[in-house]
Design a protein around this ligand. Structure first.
Ligand SMILES: *Cc1c(COP(=O)(O)O)cnc(C)c1O
Length: 370
């Protein structure tokens, strides 16, 4: 990257596709015209080429080692974004089983999953936080999951509302737990053995758009009916090592580099969590220290490490905030239209300096305009 291009980079608070580590972008740039030893760009190479297969396995192993994933789980690279999972999950794991799929809805993405899931199977929403405009997550005594539910589905971090589960919901041991972790995948260590399936589109916290990672307990692979469209069957992807059809080669390649960056440069997910807690605390402190001016959306216990959402006293001040932040090289802060206000997405790749710069801008702005 030329010095000027690097210099022009701002602190990018985009919700997704989102910031990537600069070192990863530079490596991609270095290898763009010719992948070492390949004689061509990765973009020009067969997905059956041994060099690409090694890249795919590297990416898989990177995720396996970051999350400590055992051989009881398959790691799949899929397309169709998180959105296709809204249909694949119920079609494979609930349809024609005579069991009900259970859903906890704590924001827009959970609601979309419900709308798609309803088309595929019997259904029960066991908790819906809509009445509070999705500002919290339920405690275990607020919902009931029957022992013979097909699964319990929830979204661990609602990207638009900025609401995150601190811990997994409680499920009976007979019920697989399924999580949409699109916007908090790899943000902290997790015990994967609690899950039947966890999936994440890459473009929030793990890479570029185009690939979705699914970590799935192997016994669940068998549940999908062979009458489903081939692409929709998890089993096909597992048996073909994520090459049932042409996978998104470039996205998998970048994802692998992000996994290596997390392991080698950051030091793994516990170290990443510590940094994420520091970054988010800077912003939540700026909200709380100016609480007459900023109003956080999420209740304190459900505040997200990844998406910090808050509002200002008026639409005029909101517009002014976004505008002046832009002049300070703080970009993409406008909240989603359904919630309004500001959303600062501070995924893994956002450096601490970015959160510091935004927090000090917030303090300044409040004292000048409050
Ligand atoms: C962005 C997002 C989605 C949608 O992802 P697509 O890849 O656009 O389908 C789903 N769930 C969550 C939590 C998200 O943040």
């Amino acid at each position: 990257m030329s010095a000027t291009a690097t210099d022009q980079r701002v602190f990018n608070f985009s919700a997704g596709p989102a910031a990537l580590p600069l070192s990863v972008l530079k490596e991609v740039q270095d290898e763009m015209l010719c992948l070492p030893g390949a004689g061509c760009s990765l973009l020009e190479m067969s997905h059956r080429n041994k060099i690409f297969i090694d890249i795919l396995h590297d990416a898989e192993n990177g995720i396996r080692s970051l999350l400590n994933i055992s051989d009881d789980y398959a790691v799949l690279f899929l397309q169709g974004g998180a959105a296709l999972q809204f249909s694949m999950i119920p079609a494979n794991l609930a349809k024609d089983t005579g069991k009900k799929a259970n859903y906890i809805t704590t924001g827009t993405w959970g609601k979309k999953a419900v709308n798609e899931g309803k088309k595929e199977c019997d259904f029960e929403v066991v908790y819906d936080a809509a009445d509070s405009n999705y500002n919290h997550v339920p405690s275990a005594d607020q919902y009931n999951i029957s022992d013979d539910a097909a699964y319990l589905y929830y979204c661990s971090n609602e990207t638009i509302h900025g609401v995150q589960f601190a811990d997994e919901p409680t499920v009976p041991s007979s019920v697989p737990l399924i999580s949409d972790a699109s916007s908090d995948f790899l943000c902290r260590p997790l015990d994967i053995s609690k899950y039947g399936l966890m999936y994440a589109c890459a473009q929030k916290n793990a890479g570029p758009a185009g690939v979705t990672v699914a970590v799935m307990r192997k016994d669940l692979l068998e549940r999908g009916s062979a009458t489903l469209p081939g692409y929709m069957q998890y089993k096909n992807h597992a048996e073909a090592d994520s090459e049932w059809n042409t996978p998104p080669t470039f996205a998998i390649y970048v994802l692998g580099k992000v996994a290596r960056w997390l392991q080698q440069d950051i030091g793994g997910l516990a170290a990443m969590e510590k940094i994420n807690r520091e970054k988010s605390q800077l912003l939540y402190d700026a909200i709380d220290n100016n609480s007459g001016f900023y109003k956080g959306h999420a209740v304190t216990e459900a505040r997200s490490l990844m998406n910090v959402t808050f509002n200002l006293p008026s639409d005029e001040l909101l517009a002014k905030f976004v505008d002046e932040a832009g002049q300070h090289e703080l970009s993409a802060l406008k909240g989603h239209r359904s919630v309004g206000g500001i959303r600062a997405s501070i995924y893994n790749a956002m450096p601490t300096e970015g959160a510091q710069a935004l927090a000090s801008f917030m303090n300044d702005f409040a004292s000048k305009n409050g």
